[in-house]
Ligand binder design. Structure first.
Ligand SMILES: C[S@@+](CC[C@H](N)C(=O)[O-])C[C@H]1O[C@@H](n2cnc3c(N)ncnc32)[C@H](O)[C@@H]1O
Length: 280
C-alpha cells in the first residue's frame, strides 16, 4: 500500500493532468453531475449567510451553487490540484460570483480552525483521499455544532455503465493494474454503509444515505468516447500505454457499445451515485 504522501502526490499529478479535459467538457460533466449537486445542497439547508466549505471542489461544484444561494455568506473551495481550482475561479468569474475563495489543501489536513463552517460538501472526492477516516474527522472538526456534512460517491460499477462500458473495452486490450485494496479508485466507497460508518466513527449523528440517478448525455457515440478518453483518469492512463492500432480498436469497441444507448438523437448512458448526510 503506498504511503499517504505517495497517494497525494499521484492524485495531485493525475488531476493536474486531467484538468484540461474537465474544462473542455465542463458543460457535459456539469449536466451529468448536476442532480447529485442538487441532492447534496437540498440536505444542507443553505441560509443567506451560510459559511460553507467545499472539499475536493475541482472545477467548483457544488460550492459555487452554494455561493449563489448564500449571497451574504462565504464559500471556501478546496482541492489538492491548483489547476482544478483555477478552472473553478474562471467559472465563478464568468458567472459573476464573488463570495468565494480557493485554497489548495488535502482533505485530511485542513488549514481551518475548529467549528468554522455551517456546512461541508464533498462531491465525488472521498474515493481519492489517502486516509478517509482522518479526512472525515477533519470535516467534523471544522463544522460548527449542528452543522451538516453531505458527500457523494459512486455506487457499484454495474450501476455505472457511463464509465464501465469504456473501462471494459480498454481492459480487453490493455493490461490494467489491479486496484490497490482500499486505495484510490472510483468505486472504493461503493459498498452501502461504507461512508456512513466513517461519519458515525467521526461522531456525526442522524446519518443517512440514499441513491441518486445520473445520466451522461452526449451528441453521439463518438463524442461520448472523446469525452471519456479526455477526463476519466483510468481511460487517460490506459490509453497512454496503448499504441495507435490498439487505441483505434478500443475506440471502435466503445463507440459500438455506446451506440446501443442512442435515444431521441442523443446518447444517454445511466449511472448511480450515493449521497450521505450527517449532522455534528
Ligand atoms: C471527480 S473530481 C470532483 C470535482 C467536483 N467536486 C465535482 O463534483 O465536479 C475529484 C477531485 O478530488 C480532488 N482530490 C483528490 N485527492 C484529494 C485530496 N487528498 N484532498 C482534496 N482533494 C482531492 C482532485 O484534485 C479532483 O479535483
Amino acid at each position: 500500500m503506498p504511503s499517504g504522501d505517495e497517494i497525494r502526490d499521484v492524485q495531485q499529478a493525475t488531476w493536474a493532468g486531467l484538468s484540461a479535459g474537465w474544462e473542455k467538457w465542463d458543460p457535459v460533466i456539469m449536466d451529468q453531475l448536476g442532480p447529485v449537486g442538487t441532492a447534496i445542497i437540498e440536505r444542507l439547508d443553505i441560509a443567506g449567510e451560510q459559511q460553507h466549505l467545499d472539499i475536493a471542489a475541482g472545477t467548483g461544484e457544488p460550492g459555487l451553487t452554494v455561493a449563489r444561494l448564500a449571497p451574504r455568506g462565504h464559500v471556501v473551495l478546496t482541492d489538492l490540484a491548483a489547476e482544478m481550482l483555477d478552472i473553478a475561479a474562471r467559472r465563478a468569474n464568468a458567472q459573476g460570483i464573488t463570495n468565494f475563495e480557493t485554497k489548495v489543501c488535502s482533505a485530511d489536513d485542513l488549514p481551518f480552525g475548529d467549528a468554522t463552517f455551517d456546512s461541508v460538501s464533498v462531491r465525488f472526492g472521498y474515493m481519492f483521499f489517502p486516509d478517509v477516516a482522518k479526512a472525515t474527522a477533519e470535516f467534523a472538526r471544522v463544522l460548527k455544532p449542528g452543522g451538516r456534512l453531505c458527500s457523494s460517491v459512486w455506487a457499484r460499477p454495474e450501476e455505472n455503465p457511463w464509465t464501465t462500458i469504456a473501462v471494459q473495452a480498454i481492459a480487453a486490450e490493455v493490461v490494467l493494474a489491479p486496484p490497490v485494496p482500499d486505495g484510490p479508485n472510483m468505486f472504493r466507497c461503493a459498498a452501502p454503509g461504507y461512508v456512513s460508518a466513517l461519519y458515525e466513527a467521526a461522531g456525526l449523528r442522524d446519518v443517512a444515505e440514499w441513491n441518486v440517478d445520473v445520466e451522461l448525455v452526449t451528441r453521439s457515440p463518438t463524442q461520448y468516447w472523446e469525452m471519456i478518453s479526455e477526463h476519466v483518469s483510468l481511460a487517460v492512463a490506459a490509453l497512454q500505454q496503448a499504441d495507435e492500432p490498439t487505441r483505434k480498436r478500443i475506440a471502435k469497441a466503445v463507440i459500438t457499445t455506446a451506440s446501443t444507448y442512442e435515444q431521441d438523437g442523443k446518447v444517454r448512458i445511466p449511472g448511480m451515485a450515493r449521497c450521505i448526510v450527517g449532522t455534528k
